[in-house]
Write a protein that binds this ligand. Sequence first.
Ligand code: ADP
Ligand code: MG
Length: 254
Amino acid sequence: MKSLLEVKRVTRSFYGVKILNGVDLTVIDGTITGLIGPNGAGKSTLFNAVSGLFPPDGGQVLLDGTDITGVSPRERVERGLVRTFQLARGFPKLTVFQHLMLYGQRHPGEGLLASLTGNRTARRHEDELAQEALAVAARLRLSHVLDNPVTALSGGQKKLLEIGRALMAKPRLILLDEPMAGVNPTLTGEIAEHLRALNAEGVTICLIEHDMKLIGHLCDPVIVMAEGRRLTQGRFEEVVADERVQEAYLGGRH
Ligand code: ADP
Ligand code: MG
């Protein structure tokens, strides 16, 4: 039971308000770990701290035993730590294919350089990325919309593209922020299957999701956050039976 991600006493304030109050938690290598808690508990903020988007004010983040607290978001991605967003972000004018290529691009400017100078190494890298983008799209059943602008995608397809974007980085750990929110039940099941398959291939997953049935099916263990702290952790059945967890949900703005 090796820990892939360790969060130690992480704090973060916005405008003088403490949003993360000293979070301690561990994600074990190879798991699909659930992260639940009432609205405003600080789950997304924790993902921001771990991915480096809004670094913590205090505490430490370790990836596979290495302290990455001061490491840039980009470098974290290169080390295999990738997150997705609650609301898909992107560049509206780019196509699905371009979008995937962009996130696979580990050496900025290379694509441009290749087209200007015809540099062969750069062009080979570009070809490899294109192959990966096609494979990722096929896997997520997005091949038929590869040339569509991102704005033309359905809500569900946007969610799939978010996952695709993460896959282009060849992640070891994916932090998924509500990947099924607002998606129809069929697609929800499909996304769940994608997550299971990725996990079976060795990708560790940390999943924020409001749908408790899904959390129960997919995740072990489940970590519960409330008021900027880890409240408890355990098997799904254990944590939902915990009175403190029920109180946290009743007391929250849920
Ligand atoms: P959760 O994802 O558990 O619902 P969040 O982490 O999104 O909770 O939010 C926790 C609290 O932190 C909320 O009150 C939110 O308004 C606040 N917060 C999060 N990010 C910021 C930010 N960038 N600026 C100001 N307040 C923020
Ligand atoms: Mg959130």
